[in-house]
Structures are given as C-alpha cells and as structure tokens.
Design a protein around this ligand. Structure first.
Ligand SMILES: [Zn+2]
Length: 255
C-alpha cells in the first residue's frame, strides 16, 4: 500500500472484545510504530450485575479507555445498544466516519459467523463501513480515505461458528507469546466483567479462559500463545498481505 498512515483500527461489539481477540497482535503492531485505535460498537450496558444499563455502560467505557491506554491507543464508543446491535445506515456511517477520522489502513473486526449476535451484526456493519470509506457521497464530516482499508477478522471465542460447528481455517496465526502479559494487563482493567462471566458462563477465571483460548490457537500454530486472523480478500477489498509481511517473523500457518 502506498502512503501508509500506519494506523490500525480495531472495532468490536463490546468493551473487552478487542483485548481478548487481538490485543497481542495490536501490541506487536504498536512496537512496529503503528498507531492503535480501539472502538466498541456498544458501551456494553447489559454487562452489569449490580449497576443498571446506563451506569454499566459508563463504567465499561472507563475500563476500555484504561485498557486502551496500555497501548497508548485512542478509544471510541459508537453508542449502539448492547444486545441490540443491528446493521443499519446510521451504524455503517458511524464506522465510516471513524475510519476517515483516524485514517485507518487496517481494520479488525469479528468474523461474520461469530457465536454472538452482536458480533455478527458488528462484522457486517464494519465490512460495509470499510468498503464505503473511500466514497465521497457517504455523508460524514471527515474527508474520504484514499484507499479502502484492509479488513481482517478475529477469532470467535471457542473457535466455532454460532451453532458450535467447524469454521474455516484462518488465513494465518500470529505468535503473541511475547505480548501475552500485556494482553492480560489490558484485560485486567475490565474489572466489572469478572462478575458477569461468573453469572453467565459459570466462568470463575476470567484470564484463564483467555489463556486457554490463546493456548488452543497456539497449539494449532505450533507456538505457546497465538491469535488467529482471516483476511477479507473478497472483490471489494485489496488483497495485500500487510500484517503478514509486517509481522512475518511471528506469522504462523496451521500445523
Ligand atoms: Zn463481545
């Protein structure tokens, strides 16, 4: 890509998703002098046990900002409602506006057939918002970007589709063993989620589940801890393997 702005934008549905699914790779890209921007479609207002929706959302946005600060990243919330994320024009325009504002070269989001309905809707919104970012008729205050950002999908928790079925092999894995502690540090700011995970999934070890997931991906890639990525190389996108080249020493294929 010519005129690289060296900016990565990770947009996931809820506060803590980016930390769980791709923070290890974001930390590696930061070390390669990329600017990191983290956004959530929702403030995560349903993820509260002792606080109401609005209060929970405020708490979680603060937690997300603190986690983002570990990578000196900017944090944005696109203020859709947690649990009720729908693909619509307003949401797509908000994504396009943010891509333009931060001049993203690379966008991360959820895989289209992720387990969580909000994640699937986010995937569709972000795909559309990305593909539209160069078009001057899309109404935002920011100028269109010159090149459609590269779009990468992150791994669903459990590495299955929404029915628990098999998903296609990732385009590649990134060995995140060296940045795993940083990822853990970022996740540690999401204090409010420990209670929720216990209530919803009977998870009593918030870090443990992330560790087990990255370990499972690591086993698939032949390293200790890994994150998995699928690049959208469909007709609307450039096919340049940018992350694969930047992090070529840590890029792994399925064993
Ligand atoms: Zn989520």
């Amino acid at each position: 890509m010519t005129n690289l702005n060296k900016t990565v934008l990770a947009i996931h549905a809820h506060p803590d998703d980016t930390e769980i699914f791709c923070a290890g790779t974001l930390a590696l890209l930061k070390d390669k002098c990329f600017k990191i921007v983290i956004a959530t479609m929702t403030p995560g207002g349903m993820g509260g046990v002792t606080q109401k929706e609005r209060e929970t959302g405020e708490t979680r946005k603060k937690e997300a900002s603190l986690a983002a600060a570990v990578l000196e990243a900017e944090y944005y919330c696109l203020e859709q409602r947690d649990g009720y994320v729908f693909d619509n024009a307003d949401a797509r325009i908000k994504v396009t506006a943010l891509i333009r504002k931060v001049k993203a070269d690379i966008v991360f989001t959820h895989l289209p057939f992720d387990y969580h309905p909000d994640h699937r809707a986010t995937s569709s919104i972000v795909e559309a918002g990305t593909i539209l970012a160069t078009l001057p008729n899309v109404p935002t205050d920011e100028l269109p970007v010159k090149t459609t950002p590269l779009l990468y999908y992150t791994s669903p928790f459990g590495f299955t589709d929404n029915m628990g079925g098999k998903i296609p092999d990732p385009s590649f894995f990134i060995d995140v063993t060296s940045t795993f502690e940083k990822k853990k540090e970022m996740l540690s700011f999401h204090e409010s989620q420990k209670q929720v995970m216990e209530l919803m999934f009977k998870m009593d070890d918030f870090f443990g589940d992330m560790r087990d997931s990255d370990k499972k991906l690591g086993q698939m890639a032949g390293v200790k801890y890994a994150e998995a990525y699928w690049q959208n190389t469909g007709a609307g996108f450039l096919k340049e393997p940018l992350i694969q080249e930047i992090l070529k020493d840590l890029r792994r294929d399925k064993k």
